[in-house]
Ligand binder design. Structure first.
Ligand SMILES: NC(=O)c1ccc[n+]([C@@H]2O[C@H](COP(=O)([O-])OP(=O)(O)OC[C@H]3O[C@@H](n4cnc5c(N)ncnc54)[C@H](OP(=O)(O)O)[C@@H]3O)[C@@H](O)[C@H]2O)c1
Length: 274
C-alpha cells in the first residue's frame, strides 16, 4: 500500500541526519506529498532549511507531530526519555509510532508513551541514497496494513528486513546500523596503505572503491558460493594474495572484527538499559 495513496500524515520528532535521509527517500520515490510530512526539532534554522529544501512542514514544537497517523521518533537514544515524557498519552490509539533509536526496546517505548502500536527499526546511513538496509520489528498490536506501510516506507531507504524476535535488533544495530563505519575505516586503511606503496591518493581511492563494490557485486552474483571458496579461487600457492592474507591472519584481523561487532552489540543492549 502506497503511503501517499492512503493520505497518511508523517510526523518526525528529531529532524537530524536520519530523518532527512527518510524524508528525501520518501520524496524521491514519490511515496508521500511533502505537505503530509511534519518534521519537528529544536532548531529554528534547521526547520527553515528543511522547509526550503523539501517543502515539508517543519516546526520546533514536537507536539505538532503527534497528530500524524505515523510518528517517527528520530532523536538520539539519550533524548528518548525526555521526548516520551513530552508526548506521553497524546498519540491516537490507532496511530503508529516508529522508533529508529539504537538500543531503545519496544517495552520501554510502550510504557513511556502509554501506546501499543510501536515499530522498532534500525536503518543505516547509505539509506540516504536509497542503498541502505533496515532491520525492524514491532509490537503485536501493529496491524497487517500498518506493517505493509512500514515495509513500504522503509523501502524508500533501500532493503528492509522484518525480524521476528526483538533481540535481533541489537544485533542488526551492531552489524548493519554501525556497519558503514567499519567499511569506511577499512577503506581508509586500505587507501593509506596503497598510497604508502607509491600510488597517488586519487588512484588509490578509485582502485579501492571499485575493488570493494566489484567484490560485493561478485558475491551477490554467486550467492551459493562460500566466501572461503571465493577467497581460495584468488589465492595461488606462494602468490601475492597468500602473502597478504598470512599477514592479516597473523595480525588478528578476524578477531578484531568479531570483538568490534560484539562491542557494538553489547553497547546497544546497554543503551536499552538491559
Ligand atoms: N546516523 C546513523 O547512522 C544511524 C543509523 C541508524 C539509526 N540511527 C538512529 O537514528 C537516531 C537519529 O540519529 P541521527 O544520526 O539522525 O542523529 P542527529 O542528526 O543528531 O539527529 C537527532 C536530531 O534530534 C534533535 N533533537 C534533540 N533533542 C530533541 C528533542 N528533545 N526533541 C526533538 N528533537 C530533538 C537534534 O537536534 P540538535 O542537533 O539541535 O540537538 C537532531 O536534529 C538515533 O537514535 C540513532 O540511534 C542513526
Amino acid at each position: 500500500m502506497r503511503i501517499m495513496k492512503s493520505n497518511l500524515r508523517l510526523g518526525f520528532i528529531g529532524s537530524g541526519k536520519m530523518a532527512e535521509a527518510i524524508i528525501s527517500g520518501l520524496l524521491r520515490k514519490k511515496l508521500i506529498k511533502p505537505k503530509k510530512i511534519i518534521a519537528c526539532g529544536p532548531q529554528e534554522l534547521r526547520a527553515k532549511d528543511l522547509q526550503k529544501r523539501f517543502r515539508v512542514k517543519a516546526m520546533i514544537d514536537n507536539l505538532s507531530a503527534v497528530e500524524s497517523e505515523i510518528v517517527i521518533l528520530s532523536v538520539k537514544p539519550q533524548s528518548m526519555a525526555r521526548v516520551c515524557r513530552q508526548i506521553k498519552g497524546k498519540i491516537a490509539v490507532e496511530s503508529l509510532v516508529i522508533s529508529i533509536a539504537a538500543g531503545i526496546p519496544l517495552e520501554f517505548l510502550k510504557a513511556e508513551l502509554e501506546h501499543d502500536r510501536i515499530v522498532r527499526a534500525m536503518p543505516n546511513t547509505p539509506g540516504s541514497i536509497g542503498k541502505g538496509i533496515t532491520g525492524w520489528t514491532c509490537t503485536p498490536e501493529v496491524s497487517a496494513e500498518q506493517k505493509s506501510q512500514v515495509a513500504n516506507l522503509l523501502e524508500s531507504l533501500g532493503v528492509q528486513i522484518f525480524m521476528d524476535d526483538e533481540k535481533k535488533l541489537d544485533m542488526v544495530t551492531a552489524v548493519s546500523g554501525t556497519g558503514p563505519a567499519y567499511v569506511f575505516l577499512f577503506m581508509e586503511a586500505f587507501i593509506n596503505a596503497a598510497v604508502e606503496i607509491g600510488l597517488s591518493r586519487d588512484e588509490a581511492k578509485q582502485l579501492v572503491l571499485e575493488t570493494i563494490i566489484g567484490s560485493a557485486e561478485y558475491i551477490k552474483e554467486f550467492p551459493q558460493k562460500h566466501l572461503a571458496h571465493l577467497r581460495d579461487e584468488v589465492t595461488s600457492p606462494a602468490g601475492t594474495t597468500a602473502a597478504a592474507l598470512y599477514e592479516l591472519e597473523k595480525a588478528g584481523f578476524r578477531t578484531a572484527i568479531a570483538d568490534a561487532i560484539n562491542a557494538a552489540y553489547q553497547r546497544s543492549i546497554k543503551l536499552g538499559g538491559k
